[in-house]
Write a protein that binds this ligand. Structure first.
Ligand SMILES: Cc1cc2nc3c(=O)[nH]c(=O)nc-3n(C[C@H](O)[C@H](O)[C@H](O)COP(=O)(O)O)c2cc1C
Length: 342
């Protein structure tokens, strides 16, 4: 069974769905002595299988897989359709600039969760983590029966209680400075405002389970101060976004190096709170975005894809944590050496 104590360095390379996580990045983190993660949030089982195989060719060290728990449809407001239609109207002029008719676009909402779980039961991984909710105790137990070490990402003490009751093996604590989506359990949840340094002790008061903590970690002092709280490992995402092995798009890399250092939590892209660089899209649409998920993700996806293709970083979801200015173009091993003083 996986054990954090067996890692050479107490580091988890954050799963980063949508491009940045690659087999190369996961393998580089594991080869450096940490735990690399693949992000299956937007993958189907065949795609995950391909990525696992590729990663195994690049490392013989353990690595893990992260899944998104599906949202409960009842989480969306009763007038979700009206809210979505309003947002379509708001974005329609921008869509036209990219040759898209957002008003008539059909939203297809794929659900790969159960097929991914089935794949993981027949192809066991050392570590699996879940985001956006907690799987059932039965689903967790089935993974544990195939010797998978199971973690769930929480952003507040209340959800830590739920997760502990579901008998997970460990918790990932995500602070409000983290880049990308917050792992809030319900679509309408507002983001916890306790900084990571206070959130960790608040969760430690609830559970003795092993903890991983991340969000806003930018240098070795941040790493040391979070480890000093008594967690098993730190989880780092944004710091790896510019690394050579990351699959971060050129547009996203351009946003990270644009000189804009302001980030904010916004529902503008997906309907769920996520920390992104404040580019033109965030500045213009943040206040108008409804909390409807995952529909908002699929509504804005074609627009973001077109913007990405033409390098228009002002209109993509440039996820980043508050430590973004410390992210650098270099091999992952060097990024890791910098923060672990090796
Ligand atoms: C581009 C990007 C994509 C992310 N995608 C995921 C994901 O697929 N699953 C997940 O659990 N967390 C995801 N996260 C959040 C990270 O797991 C982690 O909480 C965060 O990166 C830590 O904060 P930091 O970015 O400040 O280091 C993502 C973060 C970023 C920056």
């Amino acid at each position: 069974m996986f054990d954090f104590a067996d890692l050479e360095i107490p580091l988890v390379g954050a799963p980063m769905a949508g491009g940045p996580s690659t087999p190369q990045l996961a393998a580089a983190v594991s080869n450096a002595g940490g735990l690399g993660m693949l992000a299956a949030g937007y993958l189907n089982a065949d795609q995950l299988s391909g990525q696992v195989q590729q990663t195994r060719e690049l490392t013989d060290q353990p690595f893990g897989v992260n899944l998104f728990c599906p949202a409960d449809p009842n989480d969306n407001p009763a007038n979700a359709e009206v809210l979505l239609q309003d947002y379509r109207q708001t974005l329609a002029p921008l869509g036209r600039e990219y040759g898209l008719n957002l008003l008539s676009e059909e939203l297809i909402l794929p659900d790969y969760f159960h097929s991914l779980l089935d794949w993981l039961l027949t192809n066991p991984m050392p570590v699996v983590t879940f985001t956006f909710g907690c799987p059932s105790a039965e689903q967790i137990e089935r993974l544990q029966m195939v010797s998978t070490y199971v973690g769930v990402t929480v952003t507040n003490p209340q959800d830590a209680i739920l997760v502990t009751q579901a008998s997970v093996d460990f918790l990932c604590i995500q602070g409000p400075d983290a880049g990308g989506h917050q792992s809030t359990f319900r679509v309408q949840d507002e983001v916890n405002q306790l900084p990571l340094s206070q959130l960790v002790p608040a969760v430690q008061a609830i559970t003795d389970l092993p903890l991983v903590a991340g969000g806003g970690i930018g240098n070795s002092e941040d790493v040391q101060s979070i480890l000093a709280l008594g967690v098993e490992a730190v989880q780092v995402g944004t710091l790896l976004l510019l690394s050579d092995e990351a699959g971060t798009s050129q547009a996203h890399r351009d946003a990270l190096q644009s000189g804009i250092t302001e980030t904010r939590l916004t529902r503008a892209f997906t309907g769920r709170p996520a920390r992104a660089i404040v580019n033109d899209f965030v500045a213009e649409y943040n206040a108008l975005a409804p909390a409807v998920y995952p529909h908002m993700h699929y509504l804005t996806a074609p627009l973001r894809a077109k913007a990405k293709d033409v390098g228009a970083w002002q209109y993509i979801n440039a996820w980043a944590g508050t430590g973004l200015s410390q992210s650098q173009n270099k091999p992952t091993i060097e990024v890791i050496s910098d923060i672990f003083d090796r």
